[in-house]
Every structure is written in structure tokens, then in C-alpha cells.
Design a protein. Structure first.
Ligand code: NDP
Ligand code: BG6
Length: 504
């Protein structure tokens, strides 16, 4: 930034220490009329409210979008989505929560709308003015990325938390901005977006959300890897043959064809969600659990990924995808991809990481499969012996299980493949697993950036995929058609097998 305009900001303020985490909180959902806002953002806020994280005497929620609707119309639009799959909250909670929600209509690039928004927020802050100096403003951009730069400019110009300008830093208060994926379309566009937003906000104010980082079993990865003696000596090329990170959906692009066709499965799922999981599986042990230490390790492993080879990629497009009127008849966009990543470092040299994602497949599932090498000098050469495999199922039905060979119970000496199974529903009965968005919004309020993507991490992620994406965009690589409800192109299974994966 370097401009004297912002010279009031002291280093100690912008470091995360000493920032007030209590006091009046305004949460502003921009794009409040949209799909993400109604299905994910407002329900996550509602569940945080029900659990006491958004006290009604401190919090106010504002929806902002161009659509001209009243407060009540917005409330009616979101009401049916608030409970989600959980029915434990009484309907009074819904009504009480909705009283906290207001709506402001305005465009994404005009002073007028944002001045009005600022006025509404300020009125709320004044009404709860016991501690003016610690007012907090959280802007959630549930919007297409094309409008991020103008929206950020408007927030910076008209809607910043005013009090921080007049009081010493340690009196607190903050403004934070949450931005959704896709953050750019390739390396250059992402870097441009990063610098546009970076001119307006400092990195500690920017929360690039990837909701996979809020999933329970993704959050468990560091604990599993670094708090268990079982895994420490085994987690390397000497013992692991291959790793698969798989995302499947059993439905197509359903109403999002226009968006999807511009991005495709690699930008929609692999470059962000699966790559974040990849980082947590493959990175070295961080110095500590401080967000910067964790993110430093993620960047390092991303930077160690070798260029992707065309022969280690299979692309697919489900039959019927182009029937969507918002998808061009000649679309070359993949709805399925298997991509093998290889890491050039001491731990992982030679181990393929098979990242696979697809829409309109035969099941809905996201899982990590760590497959171990065959036992050397094996003395049980019988048919039923499979490889050891450690499977972490992110969804549905969170679970982790270890496939291992045991003696077949009975008089005969034969072996069988069995599982050590930790299924969360059985083991943690009655424990509610929070939705990813709920957790991540709470992290944002608490100033914890551990589960958010740092700018250099994003850059490293785009560096890996940009050459491949450009080859696809230029039509140099074409997707193979596959049937809806299938496993995807058979070539993908062949590629996994060639890379070393053995069906257990
Ligand atoms: P929508 O298409 O529903 O857009 C959200 C709102 O933005 C709309 O209600 C509209 O509000 C406004 N808007 C739409 N198009 C434009 C445009 N071209 N120019 C200006 N404003 C526009 O998006 P989603 O809610 O589905 O997604 C929002 C963000 O979240 C996106 O970045 C998306 O990639 C990301 N995301 C979405 C997920 C989902 O499940 N939907 C999942 C993960 C990420 P109005 O016209 O009233 O101003
Ligand atoms: C979103 C993608 O980021 O993640 C969607 O844009 C996809 O295409 C969704 O359906 C999957 O999320 P989840 O949490 O249902 O696996």
C-alpha cells in the first residue's frame, strides 16, 4: 500500500495481537439475494447464533445486493434454509435470529449504495454504543469474483470501521473481508485480483475461504499425522505407494451450468478443495500450530510439485452436459478430471498423488485413500491378501478406517482383508459435527487465519495448474464423454492402476 492515506495504521494493530474480539459486531453478507448466501452463509450464521457465538446484544446482520426487496422479503427467502438438516433448534430461535437481519439494496460499484450501507451499520453500532471503539465489521463477499475489486474499493472508501481512525490501535475494532472461490481463473488473473485487493486491505484482513478447510475430517488431518506415533515413521515414500484424493458427486451442474462452463472441474474442485487436502496430507510438520507456520509448510509443499504431464491427466465430460441451455454446444469444459501430482522432495519422490473429481458420477463421496506398499518378503501368499490402506472419508458419514490383513477366524490358517473402523456416527453418538461454513465464519470473527488460503499459497496453487488449464482452454486437450451415473471415463481407472493403485 505505502500510501500516506493509511498511515494511521500501526504495525501492532495490523498484527493479530491485541485486537478486540468482543463488542459490537456487524456481519454484512454481500450478494445476499444469491444461492450461496441463502444455502450456506445465513444458515451458518443462524447456527452460530443458536450456539451463543453471535449474542443478540452485540450482533447485527446485513444483507446487501442489487435486488430490490424489503427486510421481510429477505427474511422470508432465507427462513426455509436456516435449519438445514438440523431440526433441533426451536422455531422461536429462527424468529429471534431473523430480527437481527436487515437488508440494504444497492449496486456493487456506486457510492450511494455503500454510503447507505455504512449509515445502517453505523446506526446499529450507535444503538449498541457502550464500547464504540471496539466495533467490528465483517464483510462476506458471496458474489461472483468479477465484482470483488469494485466491492472492495467501495468498502474501503465508505464502509470501514470508523473508530479505528481516531483511537489508538490497542483500543481495538476491525474490518475484515471474506472472499469466496474461485479466486481468479489462472495465475495472472489471480495475481491481478490479489494485488487489486491487496492495495485496499492488508493480508490479515483478507480471509480467502475454501470450505473444505472447515470440514471436520480435513481439520483432523494435522492431528492424525502429527499426534500419532503410528503414522509418523510410515508417512513417506518408503512405505506409501500412492495417495488418492477423490471427490465425486452424483448430480450434474444443475442450474450452475453457465458458471461451471467458464471454470470446469479443475478450477471448481481440484485447484482449491482437493489441493488444500493434498497440502495437509503431504506437508512437513509445522513449527507450531500458528496459522503462519502451517501456511508456510503448505506453500513449501506446493512449490515442490513437479509440472503436470499430459499423459498423467484424464479429462471427461458427462453426456448431456451440453443440453443445458447455458452451456455452449461445443463446450470443451471437463466435468471430470484425474490428475497425478508428483512431489520432488525427500519424503515423497516417486509417490503419485492421484487427484480425482467428477460431477454426475455413480456416488457422492469425498475421501483420501493412502495406500501402502506390499509387504516385503511376504509369507502369506494367498489370494485374499490385499494392501494396507488408510481411508479417511470426509463425506458423507465421516469415518476413517484402516484396511489390514488378519487371520480368517476359524480352524484354517488363511488370511482375510478386514478393517479397523472409526465411524463418527457410531463412536461419537450425539455429537453434532458443525458445518464447514459455520466453523470458518467463527474463525474469521476470532481472527484465526489458519484455515484460510494465504496469498502466496494461492499463487503456488495456480502455478501448478495454469499450464494444464491453458492447454485445455486452447482445445489442445479434450475431455472424453462418459455416461451419467458411471465411474467416469475408464481411462481414469487405467491411469490410477498404471500409477500403482491396486483395488483392495
Ligand atoms: P450467485 O450467482 O447466486 O450470485 C450471488 C449474487 O450476486 C446474486 O444474487 C446477484 O445479486 C449478484 N450477481 C450475480 N451475478 C452478478 C454479476 N454478473 N454482476 C454483479 N452481481 C451479480 O452466486 P452464488 O451465491 O452461487 O455464489 C457466490 C460466490 O460463492 C461465487 O464466488 C461462487 O463461486 C462461490 N461459491 C458458491 C457456492 C454455491 O454452492 N453456490 C459454493 C462455493 C463457492 P443481485 O443481482 O441481487 O445483486
Ligand atoms: C463448491 C463447488 O465449491 O463445492 C460445487 O463450486 C460443489 O461445484 C461444492 O458442488 C461441493 O461442496 P461439498 O461441501 O458439498 O462437497
Amino acid at each position: 500500500m505505502g500510501s500516506s492515506e493509511w498511515s494511521h495504521r500501526s504495525d501492532s494493530f495490523w498484527s493479530n495481537d491485541n485486537v478486540a474480539e468482543t463488542g459490537c459486531l456487524s456481519i454484512i453478507v454481500l450478494g445476499a439475494s444469491g444461492d450461496l448466501a441463502k444455502k450456506k452463509t445465513f444458515p451458518a450464521l443462524f447456527h452460530l447464533y443458536c450456539q451463543g457465538f453471535l449474542p443478540p446484544n452485540e450482533v447485527h446482520i446485513f444483507g446487501y445486493a442489487r435486488t430490490k426487496i424489503s427486510d421481510d422479503e429477505l427474511r422470508n427467502r432465507i427462513r426455509g434454509y436456516l435449519l438445514g438438516e438440523r431440526s433441533s433448534s426451536p422455531s422461536e430461535d429462527v424468529s429471534e435470529f431473523l430480527k437481527l437481519v436487515k437488508y440494504v439494496s444497492g449496486s456493487y460499484d456506486s457510492a450511494e449504495g455503500f454510503q447507505l450501507l455504512d449509515k445502517e451499520i453505523a446506526m446499529h453500532e450507535i444503538s449498541k454504543s457502550s464500547q464504540e471503539v471496539s466495533c467490528r465489521r465483517l464483510f462476506y463477499l458471496a458474489l461472483p469474483p468479477s465484482v470483488y475489486p469494485s466491492v472492495c474499493r467501495m468498502i474501503r472508501k465508505y464502509c470501514m470501521n470508523k473508530y479505528i481512525r481516531y483511537f489508538p490501535a490497542d483500543l481495538g475494532g476491525w474490518t475484515r473481508v471474506v472472499v469466496e472461490k474461485p479466486f481468479g481463473k489462472d495465475l495472472d488473473s489471480a495475481e491481478l485480483l490479489s494485488s487489486q485487493i491487496g492495495e485496499l486491505f492488508d493480508e490479515p484482513q483478507i480471509y480467502r475461504i475454501d470450505h473444505y478447510l472447515g470440514k471436520e475430517l480435513v481439520q483432523n488431518l494435522l492431528v492424525l499425522r502429527f499426534a500419532n506415533r503410528f503414522f509418523l515413521p510410515l508417512w513417506n515414500r518408503d512405505n506409501i505407494d500412492n495417495v488418492q484424493i477423490v471427490f465425486r458427486e452424483d448430480f450434474g451442474t444443475e442450474g450452475r451450468g453457465g458458471y461451471f462452463d467458464e471454470y470446469g472441474i479443475i478450477r471448481d474442485i481440484i485447484q482449491n478443495h482437493l489441493l488444500q487436502v493434498f497440502c495437509l496430507v503431504a506437508m512437513e510438520k509445522p513449527v507450531s500450530l500458528k496459522p503462519e507456520h502451517i501456511r508456510d509448510e503448505k506453500v513449501k509443499v506446493l512449490q515442490s510439485v513437479l509440472p503436470i504431464k499430459d499423459e498423467e491427466v484424464v479429462l471427461g465430460q458427462y453426456e448431456g452436459y451440453r443440453d443445458d441451455p447455458t452451456v455452449p454446444d461445443q463446450s470443451n469444459t471437463p466435468t471430470f478430471a484425474t490428475v497425478i501430482l508428483r512431489i520432488h522432495n525427500e519424503r515423497w519422490e516417486g509417490v503419485p498423488f492421484i487427484l480425482k473429481a467428477g460431477k454426475a458420477l455413480n456416488s457422492r463421496k469425498a475421501e483420501i485413500r493412502v495406500q501402502f506398499k506390499d509387504v516385503p518378503g511376504d509369507i502369506f501368499k494367498c489370494e485374499k491378501q490385499g494392501r494396507n490402506e488408510f481411508v479417511i472419508r470426509l463425506q458423507p458419514s465421516e469415518a476413517m478406517y484402516m484396511k489390514l490383513t488378519v487371520k480368517q477366524p476359524g480352524l484354517e490358517m488363511s488370511t482375510v482383508q478386514s478393517e479397523l473402523d472409526l465411524s463418527y456416527k457410531q463412536r461419537y453418538q450425539g455429537v453434532m459435527i458443525p458445518e464447514a461454513y459455520e466453523r470458518l465464519i467463527l474463525d474469521t470473527i476470532r481472527c484465526d487465519q489458519q484455515h484460510f488460503v494465504r496469498r502466496d499459497e494461492l499463487k503456488a496453487a495456480w502455478e501448478i495448474f495454469t499450464p494444464l488449464l491453458h492447454r485445455i482452454d486452447n482445445g489442445e486437450m479434450k475431455p472424453t464423454p462418459y455416461q451419467q451415473g458411471s465411474r467416469g471415463p475408464t481411462e481414469a481407472d487405467e491411469l490410477s492402476a498404471k500409477a500403482g493403485y491396486v483395488q483392495t
